[in-house]
Design a binder for this molecule. Structure first.
Ligand code: UD1
Length: 430
């Protein structure tokens, strides 16, 4: 198993290309199931989760071709990929494939809408809470689907071959369920209104994609999304938005080590709340022609309290990284997690580097220390693992992050991007 070795203490300086967003690429790829035409996606990051979803889609009969050269300079390392679901050969998504990645459960929406049936294993994914699928099932039922759960599988069928538009109010904001219902309703008969929908930028990117395919969706990015169902969707060419979590992660890395880095291709509007918070910690953040510039020189890190919540609030996917930053703040900060109940697994590992953190329910109280000291640590989930990298960059001496496969799910060539800015970081294979 690969490890990452870091020798901390270097300031970061230079530029980091921001890749296409994993969390936008995945639903866009899944949308290819909705049409027998080709869907071309630009700026798809090269990540383990993307490769895994290509395998899952392939099982349903989706062909793909990687037809872009790597646009290394300007666009990170992301690729252009064309998907074609001319013939759906199988409407079952088996446990062996779905259990590796939660988002693959989302194929249930397009399969059901286009084929009238889907049998999809209950999902796996990061171990950051129970993460049920009740909202997906309730929402699809509202669109007229019959749903059974049997031996670990969800079996969904339409009644007369087609879903039927309806009003559905999400009892809780869910990114995945919003994606799925938006895709399903695109091919339903009549109008669907989704209320209390997720407002994340990835939802907007999916709506843009579906509209480019001929769907009639309005309101994406607000809490009420209206979808006027159409009979069929066509092909399109769509660009994946830059990854706001990768952007925030590197911004926090610079805020922690000090230095001056331009995050090339990053869009501030995708993570304004997080950028405001990072500024409050003492980093200077400015928008440039090519992205976002982050600087911190001299001054220490100020403690700031943070509570995660759905977009546009502070994202749960940056909570672990922010805790990494706060471990070296000049004082106490409180970090409250409201999205996932078990998302503090990085606390024990940060403590191995010398961090002082106490947990009280869903709140972590971080008492900043003057210095961290390198140690071997274990990555436990995707975002937790990168918080250990950030802390390692600022810690004195050597940190080894084990179980790097978590990182490879969501961060494209992390060690290359960071070493390009002066960090001493390398991957050790085997
Ligand atoms: C997506 C993101 C993930 C991010 C999360 C929250 C992708 C691939 N993943 O995950 O990185 O951390 O949004 O921003 O885009 N819930 C239910 N019932 C359901 C569905 C969800 O109770 O049927 C709960 C979840 O357990 C969680 C909360 O709702 O507590 C939010 O989850 P959700 O927004 O659905 O997260 P994901 O779409 O899985």
């Amino acid at each position: 198993m690969d490890r990452i070795r870091i020798v901390g203490g270097n300031k970061l300086a230079g530029s980091i290309p921001i890749s296409g967003a994993k969390n936008a690429a995945l639903p866009l790829m899944i949308a290819s199931l909705l049409t027998d035409d080709t869907l071309t996606l630009e700026n798809v990051p090269h990540l383990a989760d993307v490769e895994q979803l290509i395998r899952i889609l392939g099982n349903h009969g989706v062909d793909y071709s990687v037809n872009g050269r790597r646009e290394k300079q300007q666009e990170g390392y992301s690729r252009t990929i064309t998907f074609s679901a001319r013939n759906i050969v199988d409407t079952t998504a088996p446990y062996e494939l779905v259990s590796k990645m939660r988002a693959s459960f989302w194929v249930i929406g397009p399969l059901l809408a286009r084929m009238g049936e889907a049998k999809v294993s209950l999902p796996g994914g990061c171990a950051i809470g129970t993460r049920p699928v009740d909202l997906f099932l309730e929402g699809l039922q509202a669109l007229g689907a019959d749903i059974d759960v049997d031996t670990g599988y969800v079996i969904a069928k339409t009644r007369n071959g087609r879903l039927v538009g309806n009003r559905y109010v999400f009892p809780k904001v869910s990114v995945g369920a919003t994606h799925v219902l938006m895709m399903a309703a695109s091919l339903a008969k009549g109008e669907t209104v989704l209320e209390n929908a997720a407002r994340e930028p990835e939802i907007v990117n999916l709506a843009e994609c579906l509209n480019a395919m001929g769907a009639k969706i309005s309101g994406a990015g607000t809490a009420t999304i209206t979808i006027d169902g159409v009979e069929a969707l066509s092909g399109a060419r769509v660009r994946v938005i830059p990854d706001r979590i990768e952007t925030g992660t590197y911004a926090m890395a610079v805020a922690m080590t000090g230095g001056d880095v331009v995050l090339e291709g990053a869009r501030p509007d995708l993570l304004q709340t997080a950028l405001d918070i990072i500024s409050q910690t003492g980093a200077e953040i400015t928008q440039t022609n090519s992205g976002i510039r982050v600087r911190r020189n001299g001054a220490g890190i100020s403690p700031v309290d943070v509570t995660t919540a759905p977009f546009p609030a502070f994202p749960t996917d940056l909570q672990a990284q922010f805790m990494g930053l706060m471990t070296m703040a000049k004082g106490k900060s409180r970090i409250t997690e409201t999205i996932f109940e078990n998302r503090f697994m990085h606390v024990q590992e940060l403590a191995r580097l010398g961090a002082h953190i106490t947990l009280s329910g869903q709140t972590a109280i971080v008492d900043g220390v003057a210095k961290l000291k390198g140690a071997p640590v274990m990555a436990t989930d995707l975002r937790a693992s990168v918080s250990l990298v950030i802390a390692g960059l600022a810690a004195e001496g050597e940190t080894t992050v084990n179980r790097v496969y978590h990182l490879d799910r969501g961060f494209e060539r992390l060690e290359e991007k960071l070493s390009g800015c002066g960090a001493e970081i390398e991957r050790i294979s085997g």
